[in-house]
Design a protein around this ligand. Structure first.
Ligand SMILES: Nc1nc2c(c(=O)[nH]1)N[C@H]1C(S)=C(S)[C@@H](COP(=O)(O)O)O[C@H]1N2
Ligand SMILES: [Mo]
Length: 250
């Protein structure tokens, strides 16, 4: 979208002040411009749409704040113990971790941890904040999700990347602005070492521009899609089913 049409859209305020017809028109424009989140329906739908639309217009390319080494937390705060099913995993499963990828990619298949570690390694010192109030600053190490998507040959029609944990019930998705964002990592390391199980190792999604719960642990599968409605209840992730927003930008 050109700057001019962006400004126009801001000027019309996404139809906030318009009546029902104006809103329907704004919704159509918004959908086309990628400004409508998957959980746009229901009681909180309008609020979610305004938050997401405004963020995408104003900040879609902005970077999460990075910190200095001396600002890092002494201990990364693991938000609870891994689920029983994760603790019970045979060592062989952890040692032979695989990341599958399918959907709108030219080369569906799977990556080993060795594959992922052979790609350019990046790190950032960022803040992970849980919506319940606690947070920590740590150095995250991994491969940018964008690199893995490119290796898999992501198709131009792609609109979302859905990601699944080995832990039952945990799945989520990102739009392309966040999936291709340079700070979005498939993380396998923290503070100079391997990522431990309680922090989501061997492989975790690390999205510093969104709240803790989007940073799903134990990632085993990616699906690239242009139709997010086909997944789960069609709300973009498991979170909106439990009352949390799909888009958790900070
Ligand atoms: N698989 C899985 N991923 C998860 C969770 C979980 O319980 N299981 N908790 C989420 C929530 S609510 C938060 S705030 C962060 C916590 O990350 P931490 O343990 O590194 O503090 O992980 C997220 N990813
Ligand atoms: Mo959380």
């Amino acid at each position: 979208m050109s700057d001019l049409s962006r400004r126009k859209l801001i000027a019309t305020g996404l139809g906030i002040t318009a009546g029902a017809t104006g809103l329907a028109v704004a919704a159509k424009i918004g959908q086309r411009a990628g400004l409508i989140p998957p959980d746009c329906g229901g009681v909180y739908g309008l609020g979610e749409t305004l938050t997401y639309g405004a963020q995408r217009l104003l900040t879609s390319h902005s970077m999460a704040r990075e910190f200095r080494r001396d600002q890092m937390s002494k201990v990364p705060f693991a938000n609870g113990e891994p689920a029983k099913e994760i603790k019970a995993l045979p060592a062989a499963v952890l040692a032979d971790w695989k990341l599958a990828i399918d959907g709108m990619v030219a080369h569906p298949g799977s990556f080993s941890m060795a594959d992922l570690k052979s790609y350019p390694q990046r790190s950032h010192i960022t803040h992970l904040a849980c919506e319940e109030g606690w947070s920590y600053i740590a150095e995250w190490i991994g491969v940018p999700l964008s690199h893995v998507l490119r290796v898999a040959g992501i198709l131009p029609q792609a609109k979302f990347v859905v990601y699944y944990s080995l832990e039952k019930g945990w799945w989520d998705s990102l739009d392309m602005a966040d999936a291709l964002h340079p700070q979005t990592f498939l993380a396998y390391g923290i503070n100079g070492g391997d990522l431990p199980l309680n922090l989501g190792g061997p492989l975790r999604m690390r999205v510093p521009r969104q709240l803790g719960y989007k940073n799903v642990k134990y990632i085993t599968r990616l699906v690239v899609t242009d139709d997010i409605k086909k997944f789960g209840k069609g709300l973009g992730s498991a979170s909106p089913e439990g009352g949390y927003a799909w888009y958790a930008g900070i």
